[in-house]
Design a protein around this ligand. Structure first.
Ligand code: PLP
Length: 364
């Protein structure tokens, strides 16, 4: 069976390193926010190119904390996309702010900056740019808009660990970068984990306080905070995987090249890559107007494809009629019906990618 993502295969790649690190944590006597977390934070910050990183419990909390650290809350609006993981939008609501959703562009499937002026109000405080599928959103246009209107640019880089915009890593360009380390992510824990990046010392300190009850000093809450601490076990695992992240992202790019070479000319929309980015292919997303048939066909050959995502957030039952959107959301609504994610992960053997390609060529 060929899976769409395969975190267990990654565990096997680094098994001896991971098992040794996990055992060392278990034999120690500090299981939460200890030396593994501190080391991961400094290694991740230097990898991304920021001064600070703050470990948290998951990517949704990373976004909520980023917004809270910027004093965004009830009465404020945050602009983001509807074609994303629901977590992006749920995190905005979790801090009490109102999500305002715009469409994605039809080429790269990331935030359409042309719609930003249309949804801007006096309550808008930030734009949350999602680097979807492993590729940066248009950070020049979005950054320019944020500067012009005094808005905070926050990056949701949960699908783009290591990706570059020009020569900088995503997560280092906005005021704050947010990362999920869910097991299937490019940098994935064996459980839940998240990271926040910033080069602003005051924000870093506030983020550290907010993740643990608003404490600067233990048992004294200076701010109304949360409990969203990162475990030592997950930090120890992430430190190992971080050392291999660039090499693993290169392997993803090789598989993407293999797909692109072999699938060009077939009736599947292939991912478009901006000139000035390095894509890290968290997902390899194609399009088909006959998606259900295509997925059944792949399944009959033991190939599992995914759908990211089947319904834009503004049409999901919890949000329908309740969130404000740009006037036209046609791209997001069309993509939801057509996107198909092909198997991609660093350990996917080229022969398995060939089997996926052969199955696609046989789909009539
Ligand atoms: C774009 C995006 N944002 C946020 C999240 C939320 O991360 P988590 O599942 O770690 O809370 C995810 C992952 O599911 C994601 O893909």
């Amino acid at each position: 069976m060929i899976l769409c993502a395969n975190p267990a295969a990654q565990f096997l790649s680094y098994q001896s390193e991971i098992e040794a690190a996990v055992l060392a944590v278990m034999r120690g006597n500090r299981y939460i926010l200890g030396s593994e977390v501190t080391a991961l934070e400094s290694e991740f910050a230097s990898f991304i190119g920021t001064t600070f990183a703050v470990g948290v419990a998951n990517g949704t909390d990373a976004i909520e904390l980023a917004l809270r650290a910027l004093d965004i809350g009830p009465g404020d609006e945050v602009i983001t996309v509807s074609h994303t993981a629901v977590a992006t939008v749920a995190a905005i609501e979790a801090c009490g702010a109102v999500p305002v959703l715009v469409d994605v562009d039809s080429t790269y499937f990331t935030l359409n900056p042309a719609q930003l002026p249309e949804v801007l109000t006096s309550r808008t405080k930030a734009v949350l740019a999602v680097h979807l599928y492993g590729q940066a959103a248009d950070l020049d246009a979005i950054g320019h808009f944020c500067n012009e209107h005094d808005l905070a640019l926050i990056e949701d880089a949960s699908q783009a660990h290591g990706a570059r915009w020009n020569d900088r890593r995503v997560g280092s360009i906005g005021r704050i970068g947010c990362f999920s380390c869910y097991p299937t992510k490019n940098l994935g824990a064996i459980g839940d984990a998240g990271l926040i990046t910033t080069s602003d010392p005051a924000l870093a300190e506030k983020l550290r306080m907010l993740r643990e009850y608003g404490w600067r000093e233990r048992y004294v809450s200076e701010l109304p905070g949360l409990n969203t601490r990162l475990d030592e076990l997950q930090a120890a695992i992430l430190r190992i995987k971080l050392r291999h992240l660039d090499a693993d992202n290169s392997k993803r790019r090789q598989i993407a090249e293999q797909y692109a070479k072999q699938l060009t000319g077939l009736p599947f929309g292939l991912p478009a890559v901006r000139d000035n980015v390095e894509h890290v292919y968290h997902l390899y997303v194609t399009k088909s107007v006959r998606r259900a048939e295509l997925m059944d066909h792949l399944k009959s050959r033991d190939i599992h494809a995914g759908v990211h995502y089947p319904m834009p957030v503004h049409l999901q039952p919890a949000y329908k009629g309740r969130v404000r959107t740009a006037k036209s959301m046609v791209v997001s609504e069309g993509l939801a019906a057509e996107v198909v994610s092909l198997p991609i992960y660093p350990e996917l053997p080229p022969e398995s990618a060939d089997r996926v390609i052969a199955a696609l060529k046989d789909f009539h």
